[in-house]
Write a protein that binds this ligand. Structure first.
Ligand code: IMP
Length: 430
């Protein structure tokens, strides 16, 4: 295991690549796990000995005893969800990691969730984003409008009362006059917020300083990205994106990690493509193939339960992500889901108004017009779920992996061949 290393792990598609599992498999070698952006819109699934655990807010390293797990300033925290996840772990006897939350992380308040849903309804059919409804967008809006509440505000009653009084004055006007929603009484929000503050106090700590100390003492730090590159607020398929910087760069602002300290940017790529919510997806298969991928891959949202849109691997998109993030290594997930298909298609270019291009466009209007140009590769029928080495994979599965490496321009160092922690092929990844 390599020490003194800083890894940033990001999703290279539209999320749900299986980042939680990759983080979990890296577990023993990592000392510090850090969530850097997003909030409870994420759903990171980890399966240990057949038992499924879904983290929405806590870092996926929480299952490892004695590790330091941090929630950075870039995350937006829904306190009830946060406390529930801790309680769930406690009940299972798995609350063995040390958890520290940045006091500068913003808090998702009840009015954010109402606003999220009201704004979606206001956008109306054809313009909805298909958000998770967890209040993420409105919370980040308040952060940048400088009218948000941070975790540190929950710890001081006078300060919270004063801020919340001002905030509610504005929010209630928006809620009632614009969206026809009920206003919030101060105590209705203040009382639970103070309770959350009390319950969260033991976890609040100087995350920036702890990270510095970890770097100085040669710890292996892993920044765990949520959502994925194509949902990035700047570089994703705007406006069908989430409200945070999901690219590797978001890991720096979201934690205080010095930019110069990163050793490796790991791009997690699923062996095919999925997307939840609205927005363009050039390789979407609305027929049997899509249905088959959804069923085989269990492609239903970990947060909302929504069926995910499914399709073939889009290498134009993956290459864009790998280059944008400067990813030197790929962790490929769910290769086993493709077992049994006679042939596998891969999108290597787009046809845009009769012209072929290998350039991805984050302009949704343009991407909507892109038609996939496919290459067809032969499939394999052998069960790969017990393979532990690259060489033990069927030749055709090896070819598929090599094909991805060639088109992405980065080596595939980790391959997922099943849901469990142990169903992973390590090619000098660890
Ligand atoms: P929001 O993050 O809830 O505002 O949702 C914005 C878009 O990002 C929607 O299309 C969501 O479906 C999508 N999204 C948010 N979080 C995730 C995730 O963890 N996985 C996949 N899609 C996500």
């Amino acid at each position: 295991m390599l020490k003194n290393r800083v890894d940033v792990l990001i999703g290279a598609q539209w999320g749900d690549e299986g980042k939680g599992k990759v983080v979990d498999t890296m577990g023993t070698g990592v000392d510090v796990f850090v969530r850097c952006q997003g909030g409870a819109n994420a759903g990171h699934t980890v399966i240990v000995n057949g038992e499924k655990i879904v983290f929405h807010l806590l870092p996926s390293g929480m299952l490892y005893p004695g590790k330091l797990c941090m929630i950075g300033n870039g995350v937006v925290i829904e306190p009830e969800q946060f406390l529930k996840e801790i309680e769930d772990l406690r009940e299972r006897g798995q609350d063995r990691a040390r958890l520290v939350v940045s006091p500068a992380a913003h808090v998702v308040m009840p009015y954010h969730k109402i606003l999220d849903k009201a704004q979606e309804a206001f956008r109306g059919k054809g313009h909805m984003i298909g958000t998770t409804g967890r209040g993420i967008g409105p919370c980040y809006v308040d952060k940048y409008a400088r009218s948000g509440l941070r975790v540190e505000d929950l710890l001081n009653e006078d300060r919270l009362r004063e801020k919340l009084t001002r905030i509610l004055e504005e929010k209630n006007r928006i809620l009632t006059k614009l969206y026809n929603e009920k206003p919030f009484a101060l105590d209705e929000v203040l009382d639970p917020a103070l309770e959350w503050g009390k319950a969260m106090t033991p976890y609040v700590g100087d995350a920036v300083e702890l990270l510095q100390e970890a770097l100085e003492s040669d710890k292996h730090v892993l920044l765990e990205g949520a959502q994925a590159t194509l949902l990035d607020i700047d570089h994703g398929t705007y406006p069908y994106v989430t409200s945070s910087s999901t690219c590797a760069a978001g890991g720096f602002t979201g934690t205080g990690l010095p930019v110069s300290r990163v050793d490796r940017v790991i791009a997690v790529v699923k062996a095919y493509t999925t997307r939840v919510g609205e927005g363009p997806m050039p390789t979407e298969e609305k027929g049997d193939i899509g249905e088959s991928l959804r069923t085989r891959g269990g492609e239903f949202g970990a947060t909302t339960g929504r069926p995910r849109r499914c399709g073939w691997l889009d290498m134009v998109a993956v290459r864009y992500s790998v280059r944008l993030n400067g990813s030197g290594v790929i962790a490929l997930t769910k290769l086993d889901v493709l077992t049994g298909l006679n042939e596998i298609k891969v999108c290597t270019a787009y046809d845009l108004n009769g012209k072929e291009t290998t350039r991805f466009s984050s302009d949704s209007y343009v991407l909507e017009e892109c038609r996939p140009v496919y290459e067809t590769l032969p499939g394999w029928s052998e069960d790969i779920s017990h393979c532990t080495t690259f060489e033990s994979l069927p030749e055709k599965a090896q070819d598929y992996v090599r094909y991805i490496e060639k088109h992405a321009g980065a080596p595939v160092k980790l391959i997922g061949v099943g849901a469990d922690r142990n169903q992973t092929i390590n090619r000098e990844f660890y």
